[in-house]
Design a protein around this ligand. Structure first.
Ligand code: BGC
Length: 737
């Protein structure tokens, strides 16, 4: 039976009864959460409790039918509501009403550097989840960009813990405002797809606390109701039942009172699953994705083996009760919260939000004045590249979506220039011809009979008389690209795109390159093209978002959430032991040593003074901004940087003012600077605004592993105000006494 109906029925019966105090406490939504939990728990049998701790289908876990407590429905993923699959199979259920709004990939959201858009994103996707009667949304993901090769970079929020922490909170709160739990994933140090279920991340505490944990902690402090354990090991223990991560840090140190859910099939051990902080075991079969009989839920670690241990005394009911309390809390926070949330699905507002987030996250990397496009009446725009045409909402793994519609760049630009200029498309190269991912069918035909030489020749010929050539290429969401389960093999553009861009540069009057990817790519041709736009998997409205920026309807304001390096070898991961890990004599698992410590992303390039293609935080605009009157006030734990920002150009626009802190003398090696604040200001032409960025001691601190505490050492610091990690406009020195 439908869960809302059940609860509504119980409430109705109670409301009609003469004495509402007859209502059992757990059904009375006006009672405090923990009273409801204790009341429900006291009515449950051992078997009912154990049933709640493991899956009953691919995406649901049981409730207590006898008590009218509904099951929990889980859904991927971070970018939209996954199409319905069968109860016990990964095949599509074949519904015709599950085509969602596809929101931009999380990396695109991160590139907006906009907390309000993160809230809007969370709110919209929460509404879609609620409409589809989902209680737990499996996202967002906040693993850090340690290597540009990570196949899931597109599903995360960049390489900086502060940026991710600032955006994850409004996303989570937006989702949860709809009575849907956000399940923040993948906890933790799950920074690669290569051998993700067999790699032990060896990371020191300082690096954990400074880089890999802050976004999760922020989500917990911000009220996240669920956390997903990751597939990998840390400290020699699988993370879905990792004592240090789940018991010591998450639950004890941070006081997390929500539910810990395993990644699908990530639970690997009967005993550890019981005692090490896992609350619900979900899965693709069981035993670490290794396959089993159909309907194997009774064989799950937290199913029959758990019951046996409880019955013969090897497991205690006290530990079980803690799990069940957390699960009940989740039910009472979501479908039994007493608040009515209907949700909404594929509404015009959701598509408008998707378009806005997508366009506000587009990053103008370079522009010599070629953008926005100024195409003469009757002119010709030539689009070259598979990504001008290929649908990208599908693919990528568990974040694969079935959307109601997807606007491709070619159609959006034709629409924008309809009646004004001709928009012609040349494929240029063949990338990925897949049109069916996880059994979701795009309906496109991507087959190609021409050779690579023919495709290049045809594009180059067509480029000669075009007013603009816009190359739209990059990566896609197939294997070894931006894809769950496989990492990329290199950061160079695949399918011969570099050579094609060079060939176009030889003939084009004006050449604009749009790189659609979810992770960094090398751009050896950057100096030969007029403009470069970094675009992402923008969801249903991706084509419109791109044309909005190319035509100037939207002034770009996105900033890179990760460094765009010149070459992979410039980065911090130099050895196999760092990436992708090594298997030592007699070891069962691959060991991966985070020898680079806290020096990932710009922390590495900056400190080692290694030039990059485009720095973290970089992104241009069609207008110009002036930052003046930068000043620093306050002392001790309460300081504030202020400045006047003025739009000195002729169009409205937004700038992200970034505060980096540099600690010049410290007892440990510290990054040259670290992001500790930012504000995004929208200004009309000629308008100025005073901005304030407050910061306290935490912005000056490093994590002292021995003391297990954050330490701000007295000495000299600099507050650096800039528009990227390289473009610093004001240097304000200060000292901590
Ligand atoms: C992924 C998770 C996802 C889960 C359910 C796993 O393979 O790692 O991110 O939520 O599947 O589809």
């Amino acid at each position: 039976m439908k869960k809302l109906t059940l609860f509504a029925l119980a409430t109705l019966v109670a409301a009609c009864s003469p004495k509402s105090s007859d209502l059992p406490v757990y059904l009375d939504a006006s009672k405090p959460l923990d009273e409801r939990v204790e009341d429900a728990l006291s009515r449950m049998t051992l078997e009912e409790k154990v049933a709640m701790t493991h899956a009953q289908s691919k995406f649901s876990s049981p409730g207590v039918p006898r008590l009218g407590i509904p099951e929990l429905w889980h859904t991927d993923g971070p970018h939209g509501i996954r199409p319905e699959v069968l109860w016990d199979e990964w095949d599509q259920a074949g519904w015709t009403n599950d085509s969602c709004t596809a929101f931009p990939a999380l990396v695109n959201l991160a590139a907006t550097w906009d907390r309000e858009l993160a809230r809007l994103y969370g709110d919209c996707i929460g509404q879609e989840a609620r409409y589809r009667e989902k209680d737990i949304l499996l996202g967002p993901g906040v693993n850090m960009g340690r290597t540009p090769l990570n196949g899931r970079t597109f599903e995360y929020m960049g390489e900086d813990p502060y940026l991710a922490a600032q955006l994850v909170v409004p996303y989570v709160q937006g989702v949860q405002a709809n009575g849907v739990a956000a399940c923040v994933k993948h906890f933790a140090v799950n920074n690669q797809e290569t051998r993700r279920t067999a790699t032990n991340s060896v990371v020191d505490d300082r690096t954990m606390y400074e880089i890999y944990l802050p976004a999760f902690k922020a989500a917990v402090d911000g009220g996240a109701w669920a956390i997903m354990g990751s597939y990998n090991l840390y400290n020699g223990q699988f993370n879905c039942h990792n004592k240090k991560l789940l018991c010591d840090i998450l639950k004890d140190e941070w006081g997390f009172d929500g539910v810990v859910i395993s990644d699908w099939g990530g639970c690997r051990d009967d005993d550890q699953a019981i005692v090490n902080g896992l609350d619900i075991e979900m899965g693709t079969w069981t035993n670490g994705l290794r396959g089993a009989a159909s309907d194997s839920y009774q064989n799950y670690h937290l199913a029959r083996p758990y019951l046996e241990r409880l019955r013969d005394g090897r497991a205690t009911e006290e530990v079980l009760n803690d799990k069940v309390r957390r699960i009940l809390r989740t039910v009472f926070r979501t479908s039994m919260s007493g608040e009515v949330h209907y949700g909404s699905f594929t509404s015009p507002e959701h598509f408008a939000a998707a378009r806005r987030i997508a366009s506000d996250g587009l990053v103008l990397l370079k522009n010599d004045g070629a953008l926005p496009l100024q195409v003469p009446e009757g002119g010709k725009i030539l689009l070259v590249g598979e990504n001008a045409y290929k649908m990208m909402v599908v693919g990528g793994g568990s974040s694969n979506l079935k959307t109601k519609y997807e606007v491709i760049p070619l159609d959006a630009l034709r629409e924008a220039f309809d009646g004004h200029a001709e928009v012609v498309w040349e494929r240029g190269y063949v990338g990925d011809v897949t049109t069916v991912y996880n059994k979701v069918v795009t309906g496109q035909d991507l087959s190609e009979s021409r050779s690579a030489e023919e495709l290049t020749a045809s594009a180059v010929t067509a480029a000669a008389d075009a007013d603009y050539v816009i190359f739209i290429g990059g990566l896609n969401k197939s294997k070894f690209q931006d894809n769950e389960g496989t990492d990329r093999l290199d950061i160079t553009l695949p399918y011969g795109q570099d050579a094609l861009i060079e060939a176009l540069a030889d003939v084009a009057r004006k050449l604009v390159v749009v790189n659609i990817s979810g992770s960094p790519v090398a751009m050896p041709w950057a100096s030969r093209v007029n403009a470069i736009v970094q675009a992402w998997y923008g969801g249903s409205e991706s084509g419109h978002a791109l044309s909005d920026v190319l035509t100037g309807k939207v002034n770009p304001s996105g900033k890179l959430p990760f460094t765009m390096p010149l070459a992979l070898s410039d980065g911090p991961l130099k050895s196999e032991r760092q990436y992708p890990g090594i298997k030592e004599e007699g070891e069962q698992w691959w060991q991966e040593y985070y020898d680079e410590g806290v020096f990932i992303g710009y922390r590495w390039y900056d400190t080692k003074q290694i030039p990059v293609q485009y720095p973290f935080g970089h992104g241009l605009s069609y207008t110009t901004f002036e930052i003046s009157q930068a000043a620093l006030k306050g002392s001790g734990d309460k300081r504030e940087v202020t400045a006047l920002v003025k739009n000195t150009g002729s169009v409205p626009g937004a700038e992200v003012i970034q505060l980096y802190i540099s600690d010049t003398e410290a007892s440990v090696e510290r990054p040259a600077k670290e992001l500790k604040g930012f504000v995004k200001v929208f200004l009309a032409p000629g308008e100025s605004r005073k901005i304030r960025i407050p910061f306290g001691k935490e912005a000056l601190s490093f994590f002292d592993a021995e003391k297990h505490a954050w330490v701000a050492e007295p000495g000299e610091f600099h507050a650096l105000l800039g528009t990227s990690s390289e473009d610093i406009r004001a240097d304000l020195p200060f000292s901590l006494k």
